[in-house]
Design a binder for this molecule. Structure first.
Ligand SMILES: NC(=O)c1ccc[n+]([C@@H]2O[C@H](COP(=O)([O-])OP(=O)(O)OC[C@H]3O[C@@H](n4cnc5c(N)ncnc54)[C@H](O)[C@@H]3O)[C@@H](O)[C@H]2O)c1
Length: 259
């Protein structure tokens, strides 16, 4: 299928992990892709995302260095999509996790996580929506939250706060941008095998830990970046033409079953 044929997709945090898989899945579905990230070299692979797309897909692709907390950098990122006809799909995926017990969470840690996870998502959506409204061609925005945006977790108060904010932000935009033909949805990944889960959050530090997480999941495995990417492609595509403001868990049933 060519679910995103002719579309231009911008992905933040697209150098690594879930963002890289989203870029790949979008390219496989016929989109051109602009990858924004603070780093071009991936945290978890040899080749850059743009090299991967150029080598293995027919997509046009380019990288733009972009810290999503920097409004001007986000504007430049989204403007780079003009080379491919302008942004049709904005995926606000960049996010960080800094674990700490609540009583030991510093103001710096709280600010850092809110800046990247909330302000970065806000800036990305705003920059994309401005251009979509100007072009009057509609569009789709997909925000990447987390199961931690739907339920609590220990050592993750700031992360849960930041990811929970994305749910209400997404709902607000669905109301405000729907009349402009812009659909805004969010995905809520469970435990996905990326550098964030392996190194940052210590959820999957080794095979034993992964087996324990998998055993608790109704589908008896942890998630892969491609699992999330497929859900994002669906929400970005015309298949989801009447889907707006949705909360789509991509977690093997982890949240629904209380995990
Ligand atoms: N891995 C999981 O288990 C999991 C679960 C739920 C939600 N998520 C969310 O999915 C998203 C992607 O996470 P991942 O697991 O692929 O992480 P990752 O660390 O593997 O990749 C994140 C990418 O974002 C980039 N990034 C970080 N800060 C940035 C900034 N300020 N500006 C631009 N780019 C920045 C990093 O350089 C990196 O390339 C995040 O929002 C994360 O919170 C991940």
């Amino acid at each position: 299928m060519d679910l995103l044929d002719g579309a231009t997709v911008v992905v933040t945090g697209g150098a690594s992990g879930i963002g890289r898989a989203i870029a790949r899945a979008a390219a496989d579905e016929g989109a051109d892709v602009v990858v924004g990230d603070v780093r071009e070299s991936p945290r978890d692979a040899e080749t850059t995302t743009v090299e991967l797309l150029r080598r293995e897909t027919d997509a046009d692709a380019r990288f733009v260095e972009c810290d999503v907390t920097d409004r001007a950098a986000v504007e430049r990122l989204v403007d780079a999509a003009d080379d491919f006809g302008g942004v049709d799909v904005m995926v606000n995926n960049a996010g960080i996790f800094r674990g700490a017990p609540f009583l030991e969470t510093s103001a710096e840690t709280l600010s850092e996580m809110l800046d990247v996870n909330v302000t970065g998502t806000f800036f990305g959506a705003q920059a994309a929506a401005e251009r979509m409204v100007d072009r009057d061609a509609g569009g789709a925005i997909v925000n990447v939250s987390s199961i931690a945006g739907l339920r609590g977790a220990t050592n993750a108060a700031a992360y849960c706060a930041s990811k929970g904010a994305i749910q209400q932000f997404t709902a607000a935009l669905a109301a405000e941008l729907g009349p402009e033909g812009i659909r805004v949805n969010a995905v809520y990944p469970g435990t996905i095998r990326t550098a964030q889960a392996i190194r940052d959050s210590d959820t999957l530090p080794d095979a034993d830990a992964e087996a324990a997480v998998a055993a608790e999941n109704p589908l008896r495995r942890v998630g892969e970046p491609a699992d999330v990417a497929d859900a994002v492609v669906y929400l970005a595509s015309d298949l989801a033409d009447y889907v707006n403001g949705a909360t789509l868990s991509v977690d093997g049933g982890q949240f629904a079953t209380g995990g």
